[in-house]
Design a protein around this ligand. Structure first.
Ligand code: ACM
Length: 272
């Protein structure tokens, strides 16, 4: 059993509009938010360092960051240590000949955990390699964190697996273009008794022959689906809430219903 290390966590989402291809400027903007936020945990959107609408795989590859060889990840590690803040952000990740739509979890002690998006959305299938490993739960100073990236929300199996593995906080960097996710995260939070932090971006990108408008509305939901903080549809905003990760460990909805132990998997065979 992974132990709890935190009582209260000041957790936030930085909703902003990355400029496509402007990695240096996007990172500078993220640094400014981190330095001024005074939070224990900060979640940024999906592909926060690069923007979203790559014309093709080559462009994604070119704008991707390398985990071990780049100054960028090192910069976030230093910043996490200097501000004692746990950071989660989406980025395009280059690894050998592969390019992934990834999320980094960076802790003040210098550790880096990466999740590679396993459910690619629409044109992403032509720009990225699909994630090649299962999502994991990382015990941090602010609680046990599991990551989803955007479209993963529509596969409830992912959040369920993270909850079964002990996740307390689901950090969910997103670039949402539909209006379905935010309402659905109510169910992900309640059915797993976890906090969910969906950090979306704002703005419009007009590239690759189509215009995409991102829907904002970043939100932090409680284990009972209560909206603890929510951002507007269009603004660049930091939202935050004081949350107590250990409340997620009581999975009893009533005195006779434990939401994980009451499952009857023998009747749901065939989900694979
Ligand atoms: C999405 O997965 N970016 C919609």
């Amino acid at each position: 059993m992974i132990s709890d290390v935190s009582e209260m966590t000041n957790a936030g989402c930085v909703q902003f509009c990355p400029a496509f291809g402007e990695t240096t400027a996007n990172i500078a903007k993220m640094v400014g938010f981190i330095e001024n936020a005074d939070l224990d945990l900060i979640v940024f959107p999906e592909l926060a360092t690069s923007g979203y609408e790559f014309k093709n795989r080559d462009e994604a590859f070119e704008l991707a960051l390398e985990l071990d060889n780049g100054a960028e990840i090192a910069q976030f590690k230093n910043l996490s240590a200097d501000t004692d803040t746990v950071l989660v952000f989406g980025f395009a990740e280059r690894s050998g000949e592969k390019v992934y739509n990834s999320s980094a979890l960076i802790e003040p002690d210098g550790s880096v955990t990466v999740y590679r998006k396993i459910h690619l959305f629409d044109q992403e299938k032509f720009r990225f390699d699909p994630g090649d490993r299962p999502p994991e739960v990382k015990s941090t100073k602010v609680g046990r964190i599991g990551m989803l990236i955007c479209f993963d929300w529509i596969f409830p199996e992912v959040t369920r697996k993270l909850a079964l593995d002990g996740a307390q906080l689901i950090c969910h960097p997103s670039n949402l273009v539909l209006d379905l996710c935010q309402k659905s995260m109510f169910a992900r939070s309640v059915e797993n008794c976890v906090f969910t932090l969906t950090c979306n971006r704002t703005g419009t990108e007009n590239r690759a022959g189509r215009e995409l408008t991102f829907t904002g509305g970043s939100q932090i939901l409680s284990t009972r689906g209560k909206t603890l903080a929510v951002a507007s549809a269009e603004g660049e905003e930091v939202i935050s809430a004081a949350i107590e990760p250990k409340v997620t460990d009581d999975k009893n909805l009533t005195s006779n219903n434990h939401i994980l132990k009451d499952r009857r998997p023998e009747f749901y065979k065939g989900l694979e």
